[in-house]
Structures are given as structure tokens and as C-alpha cells.
Design a binder for this molecule. Structure first.
Ligand code: TYC
Length: 128
């Protein structure tokens, strides 16, 4: 489940509608009554951000990591080299900070690309 929904009033399953109280046109002639939740959040939460982290390993070539950072994180050669060397030396580094869905997509793209090229490169998410 999306982490923003995990502890939320809005995480209930169907049926749930926001801000629509007009039931009169639905369920025509039907006798079963379906409750329609109409709770609207007074103060909308801004979507939480997630760090995409790259992990070091002993086998993935440095050039491949640089290629990944350029391709999926829009870094130039200099930035990508700096981040790759940071990960190589410290063990972990931040590739970028994104809303959950985007961060998750980036992790999957990196992991798929690494797998296709038979490199053990690992990438993960962490709440920012
Ligand atoms: N440590 C790897 C090597 O020496 C390079 C590397 C850097 C691998 C960053 C993964 O996320 C990584 N070839």
C-alpha cells in the first residue's frame, strides 16, 4: 500500500467517495443501502518524499553505475562520477529525492537494468 495511506482515515476500502453526498441517483430501485463515506480531509497532506539510495558492491563496474545515474537520474558525467565515487567509498549514497511513486519507479528501473546486464547493483527507498 502507498505509505501515505497506511495510517490514514482515507485508507478504507470501497465504497468511499469524497465530497459527494447525492445518493439519490444511485442504486435505482435497489433495496440494499450502501453507505457512502464522505469524509474530506480538512488539511490535505503534502505527499511525503523518498530518497532513492544506491548501494555499493564489489562487482558492478564503475562505468555502469555512472551510466545508470546519467540515464535514470538525469545527472551529467561530473555529477554521476561524484555520486558513484561517494557510494564506492561510503557504501551508500543518495541518487535523488522524489514522491513515492516516482522513487519506486526509479528503483525498479535501476534494478531491472542492472539485472538485464547481469550486475548485482542494488538500489532502495528510504523516507526522506
Ligand atoms: N565498488 C564498485 C567497483 O569497485 C563500483 C560501484 C560503485 C558499485 C557504486 C556499485 O553503487 C555502486 N567496481
Amino acid at each position: 500500500m502507498h505509505p501515505d495511506l497506511a495510517d490514514s482515515d482515507l485508507s478504507r476500502p470501497w465504497p468511499l467517495r469524497c465530497g459527494d453526498n447525492d445518493d439519490s441517483t444511485r442504486n435505482p430501485g435497489g433495496d440494499e443501502q450502501v453507505g457512502i463515506a464522505t469524509k474530506t480531509r480538512a488539511k490535505p497532506k503534502k505527499p511525503s518524499q523518498f530518497k532513492v539510495l544506491m548501494l555499493n558492491d564489489d562487482y558492478t563496474p564503475m562505468e555502469f553505475v555512472v551510466m545508470v545515474l546519467k540515464r535514470f537520474f538525469q545527472m551529467d558525467l561530473e555529477q554521476a562520477t561524484r555520486v558513484m565515487l561517494h557510494v564506492h567509498q561510503k557504501g551508500v549514497g543518495v541518487c535523488g529525492i522524489f514522491p513515492y511513486e516516482i522513487a519506486e519507479t526509479k528503483v525498479n528501473q535501476v534494478m531491472d537494468f542492472a539485472r538485464q546486464n547481469q550486475h548485482p547493483l542494488q538500489c532502495t527507498l528510504e523516507k526522506a
